[in-house]
Ligand binder design. Structure first.
Ligand code: OSB
Ligand code: MG
Length: 369
């Protein structure tokens, strides 16, 4: 039984090693909200994956703070939880805001696993001790710079490279990387930058033997993806469109995707991610764990999730030094022969470095429950 006693939010600004450019914008500093929850002498940590602006999805760091502080907290106050999966029902009166909800649920899972004296991965049902690492490469200033970046990641041992694409930065950069690395497991992610009118253009990607094309069309266009899927030989993977387990079910039912990018934040929490895992496993749909430039707290949670049996493709889970000079959590995640090791300590299995948290925090809030 977990009875949360105190919840704090920490707004942090952590400089990225490299600017990260996608079809929806450029990020140089990860502005990120962390949640700590205390119960019975333990501290659980959760990371909210919302971005600084509403570009990936409608949520932002500030909407998450508002929804957690003003609406979720009153619903949680005075409650005790036998299991973290109970939280979703408590927060159900709040429409939307999956990332805000997921951050609270994450802290509860950390507490739950710590109280059980087990690693989170084991509590979730992990079957792996390490997970295959992929890397997501942002849009670069020019093609030689891209090929050089990809070469450096391949050299480090990443098992799959995902290239961010957008109209005007697609066929040529992909062709250049494919020419240099004929056998590299390669995918592209458009972050919703195309429409169905671009179907003929997108078909040009079929010649590069890509593992998948991720979220080519707008987030709310499942039918468009199903139509596009009928004209592409490259499998479609959905990210932004899959905002809940039910949405994932709909997408599979109508043939809008053949592969699923699982992000617990986008889906509304780890319990929702587990539901998608079971749905996909039952249908033989391959899964991989996406990323949102998490700090070590969110990364530890993703690594634990990716250790489940249904996760069979390399993830957007990279080594800490690919994102941050100094992470908030210790120890950092390293690449070992192209894999990231699943933490074996209790709970998340990483420790928040409180001095660093303090150094990078720009605002904080706390509530006694
Ligand atoms: O679409 O997968 C995405 C980062 C921020 C927002 C959306 C996405 C991404 C990435 C980075 O691709 C994945 C990572 O954390 O390594
Ligand atoms: Mg994506």
């Amino acid at each position: 039984m977990i009875r949360p006693e105190r919840i704090s939010l920490h707004l942090v600004e952590l400089p990225l090693v490299q600017p990260f450019v996608t079809s929806f914008g450029e990020e140089r500093v990860r502005r990120v909200l962390l949640v700590s929850m205390t119960a019975d002498g333990l501290i659980g940590w959760g990371e909210c994956v919302a971005g600084a602006g509403p570009w990936y999805s409608a949520e932002t760091v500030d909407t998450a703070r508002h929804v957690i502080g003003d609406f979720a907290l009153p619903l949680v106050r005075g409650r005790a939880f036998d299991h973290p999966r109970e939280l979703a029902a408590v927060l159900a009166p709040i429409r939307g805001h999956p990332m805000a909800k997921a951050a609270l649920e994450a802290a509860l899972w950390d507490l739950h696993a710590q109280a059980a004296g087990k690693p989170l991965a084991q509590v979730l049902g992990a079957v792996r001790t390490e997970v295959p690492a992929g890397v997501s490469v942002g849009i670069q200033p020019n093609i030689p710079a891209l090929v050089e970046r990809v070469a450096a990641f391949v050299e480090q041992g990443y098992q799959r490279v995902k290239l961010k694409v957008k109209p005007g930065w697609d066929v040529e950069p992909v062709a250049a990387v494919r020419e240099r690395f004929p056998d590299l497991p390669l995918s592209v992610d458009a972050n919703a930058a195309y429409t169905l009118d671009d179907a003929n253009h997108l078909r040009k990607l079929d010649r590069f033997d890509l593992l998948m094309v991720e979220q080519p069309l707008p987030y709310d266009d499942l039918v468009g993806h199903a139509r596009l899927a009928r004209t592409l030989s490259t499998p479609i993977c959905l990210d932004e469109s899959l905002s809940s387990p039910h949405r994932a079910w709909e997408a599979l039912e109508i043939g809008a995707c053949r592969i699923i990018n699982v992000k617990q934040g986008r889906l509304g929490g780890l319990s929702a991610a587990l539901a998608v895992h079971d749905l996909a496993q039952g249908r033989g749909v391959p899964l991989w764990c996406g990323g949102m430039l998490e700090t070590g707290i969110g990364r530890a949670l993703n690594v634990a999730l990716a250790a489940l049996p249904g996760f069979t493709l390399p993830h957007d889970i990279s080594a800490t030094d690919r994102y941050y000079y100094q992470d908030l959590a210790v120890p950092p995640f390293h690449l070992e022969r192209g894999f990231i090791r699943v933490p074996q300590g209790t709970g998340l299995g990483v420790e928040m470095d409180l001095a660093r948290l303090h150094r990078f925090t720009v605002a904080s809030w706390a509530w006694q429950l």
